[in-house]
Design a protein around this ligand. Structure first.
Ligand SMILES: *Cc1c(COP(=O)(O)O)cnc(C)c1O
Length: 358
């Protein structure tokens, strides 16, 4: 297919097709539309991909974060530390669980939580660390003795020093939103090696049921179950995770090669890590102008994510210069497995003209 010069370059594009349609047809044949065999198969593949004992599929990444926080069984007013620069769901679930989201500034270089900024107080009970855009966070730098939750929404397949993200803390949370590496449209999962925590999550996603016969509901829960129809969409993708990861790494490398000489900050991972490449997010001066001009040329770029202290829900926690800086400068480039070399050339060419050369 010949790409027209003025064709739009999409920000994201899910890698789904006939294999996913065939799996959905299989669900219709069994008639089991929820909590059936496809969910169980999908959970098995997720557990394998994250190198953990248990994976529990839920209806979104936000639902995964919510039940993971609930599973910690903390007291109202206890503090959970989380990065000031992240998708707001990371903080929202903490607040909605009756806990205090305590923002920690990020390192503009990694865009992840800066552990040197952490102050542990008497009510600090957990850390919710984010592997932002798929870049593994340095979890070994976190204070010892605090349970670690991983927001691995964009880090399926990523590795920190040889170990898979999602299996590094007490709990991991994944998202299968269309802008993530594996998508079910909407969906998510919680991963863990702790059997008691897994049982708590399994109950929390299903109204609080520990058992149906006899009925046993020791605490109230939610309906955060994932439909088998959606699990079916995720199955063929997670089975080819190495291939999807390789394709995304190739696109990321293609951008890095083309943008290396420009006065922009490029993303990468620490030596020895595997980047999950949920997104390719650069940092540029005068970002809003660059974003506007790219869009005017049919190149669907986007901001990175949000600085929570600049949102009404998280005001009055002080200054977070790292998060503010990244929030103003981060620019997500079109990023999906169907991008051709010509698309990368066009994005790089446009950026070359837009960023200032000193
Ligand atoms: C996508 C994402 C979420 C939310 O996932 P949903 O499936 O959209 O609810 C949370 N945190 C991070 C870091 C994300 O990238």
């Amino acid at each position: 297919m010949v790409q027209r010069e003025d064709a739009r370059i999409r920000l994201g594009l899910p890698d789904v097709g006939q294999a996913e349609l065939d799996e959905i047809a299989g669900v219709f044949e069994t008639g089991m539309l929820t909590m059936g065999p496809k969910v169980a198969d999908f959970e098995g593949e997720i557990a394998r991909a994250c190198e953990v004992e248990r994976a529990l599929a839920v209806s979104s990444g936000t639902a995964a974060l919510h039940v993971a926080v609930l599973a910690l069984d903390l007291q109202p007013g206890d503090e959970v530390l989380l990065p000031a620069y992240t998708f707001p769901a990371t903080g929202n679930v903490v607040a909605l669980a009756g806990l205090r989201p305590r923002l920690i500034d990020v390192d503009p270089e990694t865009m992840n939580l800066d552990a040197s900024r952490i102050e542990v107080g008497p009510r600090t009970k957990a850390v919710l660390a984010v592997h932002l855009f798929g870049r593994p966070a340095r979890l070994e730098e976190l204070p010892e003795g605090l349970p670690v939750l991983e927001d691995a929404a964009g880090a399926l397949g990523a590795e920190r020093q040889g170990r898979r993200c999602g299996g590094l803390g007490l709990l991991g949370c994944l998202s299968f939103h269309p802008r993530k590496i594996v998508t079910t449209g909407e969906g998510g999962a919680v991963t863990t090696n702790d059997a008691a925590v897994a049982d708590a999550v399994a109950a929390a996603r299903n109204h609080g049921w520990r058992s149906l016969v006899p009925p046993d509901m020791p605490a109230p829960g939610l309906n955060y179950r994932l439909s088998d129809i959606l699990a079916a969409v995720g199955l063929p993708q997670i089975r080819r995770l190495p291939e999807l990861l390789a394709a995304r790494t190739r696109i990321a490398d293609g951008y890095t090669e083309r943008l290396r000489h420009l006065p922009v900050h490029l993303p990468g991972a620490d030596a020895g890590d595997v980047h999950g490449w949920q997104a390719y997010v650069i940092q540029v001066d005068d970002r809003d102008r660059v974003l506007r001009e790219l869009r005017a040329q049919g190149i669907e770029a986007q901001i990175g994510t949000y600085a929570l202290h600049l949102l009404g829900a998280y005001r009055d926690q002080g200054a977070f210069p790292g998060a503010s800086r990244v929030f103003e400068r981060a620019l997500a480039l079109p990023f999906h497995t169907r991008l051709a070399d010509g698309d990368l050339d066009r994005v790089a060419g446009a950026l070359d003209k837009l960023v200032s050369h000193h």
